[in-house]
Design a protein around this ligand. Sequence first.
Ligand code: TXE
Length: 453
Amino acid sequence: MSGTFTVINPATAQPIREIARAGADEVDAAIAAAVVAQRGWASSAPLTRADALRRFARVVEEHVEELAQLEVLNSGHPIGSARWEASHVAQVLNFYAGAPERLSGQQIPVAGGLDVTFHEPYGVVGIIVPWNFPMTIASWGFAPALAAGNAVVLKPAELTPLTAIRLGELALEAGLPEGLFSVVTGSGSVVGQRFVSHPDVRKVVFTGSTEVGVSVAAGCAQALKPVTLELGGKSANIVFEDADLERAASAAPGAVFDNAGQDCCARSRILVQRSVYDRFLELLEPAVRGFAVGDPTLEGTQMGPLISASHRSTVAGFVDGANVAFRGSAPDGDGFWFAPTVVLAERGDRIAREEVFGPVVAVLPFDDEADAVALANDTIYGLAGSIWTENLGRAVRVSRAVKSGVLSVNSHSSVRYWTPFGGMKASGLGRELGPDAAEHFTETKNVFFATDD
Ligand code: TXE
């Protein structure tokens, strides 16, 4: 071990626990154990793997409240959101528990024999997770990876390791073989990098900043190892003049302030057609002021604190000098609080282009449909987005024209575990979740059996 690090409750700024900082030797030991466990796991019957994942899902279900309380403590997520997240992990496990028996190959017509394909697991998969949704993002990787016959080594973010550690313990309680799913705590530059460089880790899944994602991808390229990247976003919430403005305005705060804006899918740019711009802002203001920010342990809380003091300074830096239209409220006690903030922005402003990852939204006017599409696409990112209109043809045209991986019309939904999720452009590579995710953790093997004597 290379010492420990302290985990802090972001709502109180108080230390919670010391966590071991793994060195390269511990990472290598976890990978070696994973190699051994994976052989047995991959050769077990599909039903055996399915049953094991269903048991894991059941054990997680039985611990939803405990996991949720841990997430409130470690990440400051409101208790209602944290319960949803813990239940979501169980649902993701249940969904991919159906995969082992469904990973069918093909039989392809050939002359002189029989040609079949197999979906072979990679072996050991390394999953690197950020601090914003510690449990859910981890499960999007480990559930389909395990279902496809891989072993998993998981690295949580230093700021938020507690639920991942607990999930590792619950996997063992559920009867998953020792070493099959290991949680290794420590720094990105040691543990995460070792996943990238270790020859026995055959695929890497990374969620985090675009900058680190690019370096992880470069390392994986050196080792010729596939990588899935879920990176940043600057998603547009496009409100046309023919939209139901009341609904659009009342839904807008949740779409950006949920998880205090620390959400890769946050609709952090609201683009409003100029003819309804003033009216929309009038409707938005009470919705923002009414957003319940406070103690995350309380049932009615909609938004908790930011994750750390240093992240709060970064977020505050975006608002310095910006044209703030109005703000919601936040507690002033200890903890990394930041009030929801609405900024009137110009195209080209830093606040309109860069990911803030905090409860700050930039509102910009647009002229017509073509202008809305151009403005929505005027970003290096392409993760999510929403389109508010009562015109069906426009909804179809604009949703095809916006270059984002996950769009929603007259709603802000982004994540359903049974539909694909992921970004275009600088928002990432590859897709998670949905019907094909387990297959993404396999390589196709083609075998020709000669039948002619
Ligand atoms: O991310 P990092 P951070 C954005 C967001 C946020 C900023 C920084 O704007 O403010 O990134 O967040 C591990 N090799 N997003 O610092 O550094 C690290 O330990 C391998 C957006 O948390 O990218 C952690 O487990 N791994 C994003 C994970 O990578 C490394 C979500 C993410 O850390 C590593 C998170 C390395 N060299 C942040 N360096 C979104 N949009 O969802 C670090 N890590």
